[in-house]
Design a protein. Structure first.
Length: 180
């Protein structure tokens, strides 16, 4: 409850919007992409675009974690077998912590740091999600298979981080969404 008290209505709207974006597209499109390719890129792409947008908009610790929690809950309600979302929830908590440690001013206002951080943090966190998903939910038992699967998630995180970086810079340049 204390965590929610520091969020404004605008922050909660950003959290809800990013959660809905990630959950709905993840429920509808990600399974199709997975069936066609057996590559986990699309779910990572959605995850880190959402997380980057909400951190940019709110600049508050806990916002990315809440997006991960709400998205995981929505996904599990609509697709109860999608337990892999627990890996993404853990990744969103780590992403939240990393952005807090870096500092929102560094992440938002310093272009080179923002580029490195959004892509780097997204890649690392997606890789961690891949480790969790590969071991606990995909049933991979060899170290190599888990690392390869984690690396594939990392590629998705790299793509999502890149798109997220471009998106927040385009929004800033066009003054479409305000930053604090």
């Amino acid at each position: 409850m204390v965590l929610l008290m520091k969020f404004t209505t605008k922050d909660l709207t950003a959290i809800a919007t990013c959660s809905a974006f990630w959950a709905i597209l993840n429920i509808i499109i990600s399974p199709i992409f997975w069936q066609l390719t057996h590559l986990p890129f699309f779910c990572d792409l959605l995850a880190f675009i959402s997380l980057i947008l909400v951190v940019w908009q709110t600049q508050k610790f806990g916002s990315a974690s809440l997006v991960g929690l709400v998205t995981t809950a929505l996904t599990l309600v609509l697709r109860p077998g999608a337990l892999h979302m627990l890996g993404f929830f853990v990744a969103s908590i780590i992403f939240d912590a990393l952005t807090r440690i870096l500092g929102y001013t560094n992440l938002i206002e310093k272009k080179i740091i923002s580029l490195i951080a959004t892509i780097g943090f997204s890649t690392i966190c997606a890789g961690i999600a891949g480790l969790i998903i590969g071991y606990f939910f995909m049933g991979f038992k060899t170290f190599i298979s888990i690392i390869v699967f984690s690396g594939l998630h990392g590629v998705g995180g790299f793509i999502g981080g890149s798109i997220g970086f471009v998106l927040i810079n385009a929004l800033k340049r066009r003054k479409i969404a305000s930053i604090k």
